[in-house]
Design a protein around this ligand. Structure first.
Ligand SMILES: Cc1cc2nc3c(=O)[nH]c(=O)nc-3n(C[C@H](O)[C@H](O)[C@H](O)COP(=O)(O)OP(=O)(O)OC[C@H]3O[C@@H](n4cnc5c(N)ncnc54)[C@H](O)[C@@H]3O)c2cc1C
Length: 459
């Protein structure tokens, strides 16, 4: 059996003991969930408000999706901008995209203010496209990006592509044409299926280390307003008119607001004692998928990069919210105390968890082995399957909201409850943006409507 062994958790050097809740306590705000969303929400809530904050985590900090991701920092959704415009209208969709782009700056702000040492590598990332529909969809979205001053994708099409003449002429100014060999070089592949290459700003970060460091900073900086408990799962939250009451271990936490940064809705119940019952159907719609990854170390002789590969066939899973793809990242990595390595990570295979089924973090990685090996063999030809000695295999749970957009904001049935959740494949920047947005709600600011508003029970 191949165990779940994340390279991000491997780098943790924590000395802090786990402190669990051992008494009844109260605060202005309680945040549930100690992943990057909970930590970022605590950062902005402490920084931008005068509230007292308790953060509780069922297990250990950053051991959920935050500890089992690809660590790629990217400001896009796992669905096309043009599709979002069809659903939400131009203004809302464009503002949503801009919000996620603004999180690059928020991430820098956290790193600078909290003096975090976790490296953030920023670079140009690439994506390879292999079908006509993929190309047209990206060009369509790019039109909106250009028109609304959003970060633009540079798009390069292969001069030998047999569908070049079919690309609608309205998109002509949005791409360049180049020999296929040039774009394959950018994509670091010899697979001639790719007939287009996109480039876009991306980054890489160990979000586990980042979150752990951030919590340490908050504990040291806000001694009088911040308390934090691990090994403290919330079993139930009761929502009253002016306060939430949480059952945690054999104790209670009372707070004016409760913010769920739990990635999903496993293992706890919500009881609303005021107004409509909260529709737990929405919660069941947060669709759990296991994402599988593998990583190997190489000499530190190439720069960091992130490349996504959209193949002709959707061989991973059928994805109703967008395209499925494989992805690869490379970044410097300290391995066995030696800093002369790059870590190359490959991911993409996903398994949908049947409704009501529980994710088991210890589950074997075996299921994805052949898919990742085939991907590396067919796309990253420098490394034939048998040559690779993986140092890490890991998987993590992604909670997908029905429309693929993170839920950030108050619950319409009772605004005492707020959400910053919905992993949706790309969640690092959305979690950080969500943290800042939640702080605005806590401050009582007039917060503009957005695509992130929990809409599930709005009448
Ligand atoms: C395989 C994989 C690859 C990914 N790749 C990327 C990527 O490259 N780039 C990117 O941006 N995003 C990526 N993501 C998504 C990203 O990692 C997540 O969106 C982000 O880490 C979510 O953070 P979170 O804090 O919302 O959730 P989590 O990190 O899962 O944290 C939620 C926390 O809540 C705690 N919790 C749950 N219930 C309770 C309870 N009742 N009481 C107390 N605590 C509770 C959990 O223990 C957990 O620690 C990936 C995810 C996976 C799984």
């Amino acid at each position: 059996m191949i165990p779940n062994n994340s390279p991000w958790i491997q780098q943790l050097k924590r000395t802090r003991p786990v402190v669990s809740l051992d008494k009844n306590i109260a605060s202005d705000v309680v945040i549930v969930g100690g992943g990057i969303a909970g930590a970022a929400t605590a950062f902005f809530a402490l920084r931008n408000t005068d509230k007292s904050i308790i953060l509780i985590e069922a297990g250990k900090v950053a051991h959920g999706a935050t500890g089992h991701n690809a660590g790629q920092v990217a400001s896009y959704f796992e669905r096309s901008l043009s599709g979002m415009i069809e659903e939400f209208g131009v203004e809302m969709a464009v503002n949503g995209q801009r919000s996620i782009e603004s999180a690059w700056m928020l991430l820098d702000q956290i790193i600078v203010e909290a003096k975090l040492q976790t490296p953030l590598y920023k670079f140009t990332g690439y994506a390879g496209l292999s079908s006509f529909d993929q190309v047209v969809s990206h060009l369509k979205s790019n039109r909106y990006r250009v028109a609304h001053n959003l970060l633009q994708e540079s798009i390069m099409l292969a001069e030998n592509w047999d569908r070049l003449a079919d690309v609608p002429s309205e998109h002509k100014s949005l791409y360049t044409i180049a020999p296929q060999a040039d774009l394959l070089k950018l994509l670091e592949t010899n697979n001639k299926d790719y007939i287009a290459a996109l480039s876009y700003p991306k980054g890489c970060m160990n979000s586990t280390l980042f979150t752990e460091e951030l919590i340490g900073y908050l504990m040291a900086t806000y001694k009088n307003r911040f308390s934090f408990y691990e090994g403290s799962p919330m079993k139930k939250v009761e929502l009253n008119k002016n306060e939430a009451v949480l059952e945690v271990l054999s104790h209670t936490i009372r707070a004016g607001k409760v913010i769920l940064c739990t990635n999903g809705f496993e293992n706890f119940t919500i009881q609303n004692n005021v107004g409509d019952e909260i529709n737990t159907k929405f919660h069941h719609l947060v669709d759990g998928r296991i994402g599988y990854m593998a990583g190997y170390v190489q000499p530190l002789d190439q720069p960091p990069v992130a490349v996504s590969y959209f193949s002709k066939t959707k061989e991973i899973i059928k994805d109703p919210t967008g395209e499925s793809y494989f992805y690869l990242t490379r970044r410097p990595y300290e391995y066995g105390g030696d800093t002369s390595y790059n870590l190359v990570c490959a991911g993409g295979p996903e398994k949908v968890l049947p409704n009501e089924a529980m994710y088991v973090p210890e589950e074997s990685w075996e299921d994805a082995k052949n898919l990742i090996a085939d991907f590396l063999r067919s796309n990253y030809g420098k490394h034939p399957k048998e040559d690779i000695e993986y140092s890490f295999y890991w998987h993590g749970l992604m909670g997908y909201t029905p429309n693929g957009i993170r839920r950030i904001g108050p619950e319409s049935c009772n605004p005492i409850l707020l959400y910053n959740l919905g992993c949706n494949g790309v969640g690092i920047l959305p979690s950080i943006f969500g943290g800042q947005r939640i702080a605005k709600f806590l401050n009582g600011e007039d917060v503009e409507k957005s695509i992130f508003d929990p809409q599930d029970q709005v009448k």
